[in-house]
Design a protein around this ligand. Sequence first.
Ligand code: SAM
Length: 347
Amino acid sequence: MSFVWATHQVPSTRWLKAEVSARAPHLKFAFARPGLTTWKVEGAAPTPATILPSSFARAFGLSLGRATEAAEVLTAIAAYRDRPLRLHVFERDIDVPVDEQDPTTRGTRATAVEAALRALDPAAFLPEVRAAIGDRVIDVVVPHGREPDEPWLVGVHDHDDHHGPWPGGVQHVPPPPEAPSRAWCKIEEALRWGDLAPAPGEIAVELGSSPGGASYAMLVRGLEVHGVDPGAMDPRVLGFRGPHGNRFVHHHLPAAEVPKSALPRQYQWLMNDINLAPMVALRYVERFVALAHGGLKGAVITLKLNDDGVFAALPRLVERIVKMGPRRVRVTQLPSHRSEVAAILTW
Ligand SMILES: C[S@@+](CC[C@H](N)C(=O)[O-])C[C@H]1O[C@@H](n2cnc3c(N)ncnc32)[C@H](O)[C@@H]1O
């Protein structure tokens, strides 16, 4: 009997299960803990490369069973030790937004379990945690640091770009004190999960940029940023002068009104965080994809999921995004998201 698992935000459990049962009827719901859902696989035994199709899964893989101590983890993975293994130990979510959690307890259990595993058999795992394409990853999902201990889930996946390269796909990235908004975390987590590396000297356009957390993140990464928003930008963004001479340009208008002559002829990165229904926001995204004249390398499109109606429309929204011509579209829900998911596009 085989099982697959996914880790995800607690409030999204219902949507995750609905999406999986629609897209993968051979998966039958098995058991769940907050932030962790498993399914029994009917039919052919899955491999670690099995794809779990959901926009709400931040990490997923094949289950190798449960363990209550490090030695049991090593027993569970014995059949997978024919090649070097990455180790991803991480905590499942709790039903408290990540930026309201106590940062001194979050992560403490994962750190302790990882240390115990590495101490028990120092040769079992590669020292670095970041996964590269093709790596085999052992996942150990443990309870949140503030919760009582309980059996851990031991899993395995083969890393490809359906997965984030970090434990749990990505962990919450806390904002620096000077970040103008929590959107800083959303863009940083999206870039990490998607393994994207905007480079100094490149140009980003952000739709819905006020007050400026995401734009600030891109400025610090050395990009020139064009922000489009009728709202005010934080003075730290407006006054930013980067070591690469990069700066922020504010298009103080709704996205539909920005003349194409005001934009650079090409830009490499597009972000959308407009707080409108995605059916409307995507019209602006489509326009700005066209205005990039084929120069885009990547885009991070926030899709606000305000109700079940938008959830039901998600497949059609993704079809529209696919038509924008990227090589790859991935959808996931990040630690900092609230009633939203990110579509991550790469060209
Ligand atoms: C969630 S906030 C953006 C946060 C921002 N990304 C940050 O990093 O701080 C959503 C923004 O969308 C903007 N917005 C709403 N409609 C818009 C439109 N038609 N064109 C451009 N911006 C719009 C709002 O003014 C608001 O500032």
